[in-house]
Design a protein around this ligand. Structure first.
Ligand code: GUN
Length: 294
């Protein structure tokens, strides 16, 4: 797509529109599933308890799966369920050949051990890419599912022409969900950036980030990344979500940073929707890995 078609912020940065790219991904997957003769492709979602944001996330994931021509199977369990009962429910999905992808929405209510639940997921059904085995496959460069949020960041950069080869990248935040896999994806062959992993004990974060051509902010500190963190023309991708008195905020001070950056994600509407888009991509690949189609 020609660059001039891209929407820009008032300051001239390319707006990396996650809603739009997610929709393109879903339409593309729907077309591919139709072209294959509509094989059964099933994503199972597991929601435990009544956390409102989790309910919304899962509802959106189910909706997009259906839009992509997949079957959405949903298991909803009470917040006071016992660990053995939750393990039995997840084991049923793991053993069911008609289920290709399993997503256990996190965090689980207090008292439930998420690690032991994730351990039950076979790697080919782990469409979130969060289990030890999926992470190990990523580290070792073997085929497997990549965590959806960092994969979504990569897809946004590809789509909006952010150059990565030979570029310096800083990832702020060292979570297993985002920061750690993000560093691996940025540094691997084909992307060829040189990533630095920064965190709350890194010292002068602004100085570290100012060196970077690409900043991925994933700490959950509202407005942490200000204009003084950003080298003119850098790409800035915001993964943080903080629920503040002023509403939901990202890690990036969008208004200030868009005047300096070369490309930026909005918040909301940037990396969040791409997490769901990549979940659909992983589910499609999971079905293929399990022989649902050639
Ligand atoms: N909670 C917040 N983000 C995620 C995610 O990507 N996957 C799951 N399973 N839970 C989440």
């Amino acid at each position: 797509m020609a660059e001039e078609k891209w929407e820009r912020t008032p300051g001239g940065a390319v707006l990396m529109d996650g809603n739009r790219l997610r929709d393109e991904l879903v339409v593309d997957l729907k077309g591919r599933i139709e072209a294959l003769g509509n094989p059964h492709v099933c994503l199972a979602t597991v929601l435990v308890g009544d956390d409102k944001p989790s309910q919304i996330y899962v509802r959106n994931k189910r909706k997009k799966a259906e839009e992509a021509g997949m079957v959405s199977r949903h298991v909803e369990l009470p917040g006071d369920i016992s660990q053995p009962d939750l393990e039995a429910a997840v084991r049923d999905l793991a053993d069911d050949p008609s289920v290709h992808g399993i997503l256990v929405q996190l965090p689980l209510p207090d008292g439930l051990d998420a690690e032991r639940i994730l351990d039950l997921l076979p790697p080919e059904k782990d469409v979130d890419g969060l289990t030890e085995r999926s992470m190990g496959r990523l580290l070792r460069g073997r085929d497997g599912h990549v965590p959806c949020t960092p994969l979504g960041v990569m897809r946004l950069m590809e789509r909006y022409g952010v150059e990565t080869a030979g570029k310096k990248a800083v990832v702020i935040g060292r979570s297993t969900l985002v920061g750690l896999p993000q560093v691996l994806l940025l540094g691997r062959k084909g992307c060829d950036a040189t990533p630095t992993l920064a965190h709350s004990r890194s010292g002068d974060l602004a100085a570290i980030c100012r060196e970077a051509d690409i900043i991925v902010a994933a700490v959950g500190v509202a407005g942490l990344v200000t204009a003084e963190f950003v080298k003119p023309g850098a790409a800035v991708l915001d993964v943080g979500i903080s629920r503040t008195a002023d509403g939901i905020q990202g890690d990036v001070d969008f208004d200030a940073v868009q005047a300096v950056a070369g490309a930026i994600t909005p918040m909301p509407g940037g990396t969040g929707p791409m997490t769901i888009g990549c979940l659909m991509e992983n589910t499609f690949n999971a079905a293929r890995m399990q022989g649902a189609f050639a």
